[in-house]
Design a protein around this ligand. Structure first.
Ligand code: FAD
Length: 434
């Protein structure tokens, strides 16, 4: 059986893996020392593109256009880059067994990989309706979106079902971005979600009211407060109807499900300490097993700013945690130390002509400011979250780069705010003067 050995192995070939490779190269890595093993067939890319420009009829994003590290304004790491650096990209290779004590990984094809230092960067897998035994959920044309293969299947069905009816199950950011992308493709789109408003994990009722109104103006239908409980298919096995819990039945040629993900940690179960569903790490992304690091979606790490231990499923953290882990590995080798990870949560989304950014923590009381009329020609509005008399989180729709920087600063500095009415009145100017 084939056996390969590397000083450093990254398992997973997504966002974190790509940014880790760049950091390894910056810090100095010799040819043949580093390998990335990925289930996907392509070099690391900026995953957020899959639910946005990848699906657009015009201005479409395609590889190699969005390989890492373009998402944060860096040089694009094409497959040739890895070759030049002597970094081995082992693609279309799923690891099915990990033995952390023996420092060995085994692929589905039986190849054996040995490492000295391992970085776990396996990301998340989507939650499927079939996991809950939802009736008919295995019908054809019911899609999920995590990897480029999933996006390619969606692109194909969009072309094949022109002017067709789409039901989007889920009102999170995937549901919102996909509804917009499919609507732009001129499909008839209905969103269904159980909560009283979209993106309830982040949005307040006031924020959500704007997006729901805006989507409605774009022709997206929204059904709230109920869930899909079953699907009917035609004689070809293709989905035709979505049955809702409230008794309604929706016609559908395409269904896209975005009901969340879970970190891919099963390979390491029982071998490494876990917390909050992820692999527990320190502020350098070192796990409980020596020489094993975990970054990106799978890592549960100390969030210094909030004196808390958290897991974050956002691209910005995937990039930064990967860089931190590699810096820690290299400085450790040189007997040096680096600063602990001091992360300010940052999350963004884009759909239609809209673009929002959020920084910090969405806890405590929230105030809404600005023009949040969905019919406004240039809507610009935001929210602050205030806890213990301090502004701890800030959200802004339609901000300029400088304005977004200002709200990031607010979330980092946590300025006092006692009078919430005044804060509402001051709105964005409060952030701009911090
Ligand atoms: P991933 O990028 O998911 O990479 C994991 C990699 O590991 C994949 O290549 C996978 O195939 C591979 N892998 C897993 N198991 C194995 C195995 N056993 N063997 C080999 N390879 C394996 N975040 C934002 O902040 N803003 C956004 O707008 C945004 N949009 C998104 C849109 C979509 C469609 C998706 C799916 C996510 C989006 N995210 C967004 C979240 C963000 O992309 C993730 O947080 C980020 O990709 C996590 O990086 P990661 O390296 O941990 O995992």
């Amino acid at each position: 059986m084939a056996e390969k050995s590397f000083k450093y192995v990254i398992i997973g070939g997504g966002v974190s893996a790509g940014y880790a490779a760049r950091e390894f190269s910056k810090q100095g890595v010799k040819p043949g020392e580093l390998a990335i093993i990925s289930k996907e067939a392509v070099a690391p890319y900026e995953r957020p593109a899959l639910s946005k420009a990848y699906l657009f009829p015009e201005g479409t994003a395609r590889l190699p256009g969005f390989h890492v590290c373009v998402g944060s304004g860096g040089e694009r790491l094409l497959p040739e880059w890895y070759k030049e650096k002597g970094i081995e990209l082992i693609l279309s290779t799923e690891i099915v067994k990990a033995d952390l004590a023996a420092k060995t990984l085994v692929s589905a094809a039986g190849e054996i990989f040995k490492y000295h230092i391992l970085i776990i960067a396996t990301g998340s897998a989507v939650i499927r309706l079939t996991d809950f035994g939802v009736q008919g959920a295995d019908a054809k044309n019911i899609f999920y979106l995590r990897e480029i293969d999933d996006a390619d299947k969606l692109v194909e069905v969009i072309k094949g079902k022109k002017n067709g009816k789409v039901v989007i199950v889920g009102g999170g950011y995937i549901g919102l971005e996909l509804s917009a992308a499919l609507r732009i493709n001129n499909l008839d789109v209905t969103m269904v979600y159980p909560e009283p408003w979209c993106m309830p994990r982040l949005f307040t009722a006031g924020i959500a009211a704007f997006y729901e109104g805006y989507y409605a103006n774009k022709g997206v239908k929204i059904i709230k407060g109920t869930v899909a409980v079953g699907f009917n298919a035609d004689s070809n096995g293709e989905v035709k109807e979505v049955k809702l819990k409230d008794g309604r039945v929706l016609e559908a040629d395409i269904v896209v499900v975005g009901v969340g993900g879970r970190p891919l940690v099963t390979l390491f179960k029982g071998q490494v300490e876990e917390e909050k569903g992820g692999i527990k790490t320190d502020a350098f992304f070192k796990t409980s097993v020596s020489d094993v690091y975990a970054v990106g979606d799978v890592a549960t790490f100390p969030m210094k700013l909030y004196n808390d231990i958290r897991r974050v499923e956002h691209v910005d953290h995937a990039r930064k945690s990967a860089e931190q882990a590699v810096k820690a590995i290299k400085s450790n080798e040189e007997g040096k130390t680096i600063d602990v990870y001091d992360y300010l949560p940052f999350f963004y989304s884009r759909s239609f002509d809209l673009s929002w950014q959020f920084y910090g923590d969405n806890v405590g009381d929230a105030v809404l400011f600005g023009d949040n009329d969905p019919a406004s020609p240039n809507p610009k509005f935001g929210s602050y979250w205030i806890k213990d008399g301090k502004v701890v989180g800030a959200f802004l729709e339609g901000g300029s780069p400088d304005e977004n920087k200002a709200i990031a600063k607010v979330a980092r500095v946590q300025p006092p705010a006692v009078n919430l009415d005044l804060l509402t009145k001051e709105g964005l100017s409060f952030a701009c003067k911090i």
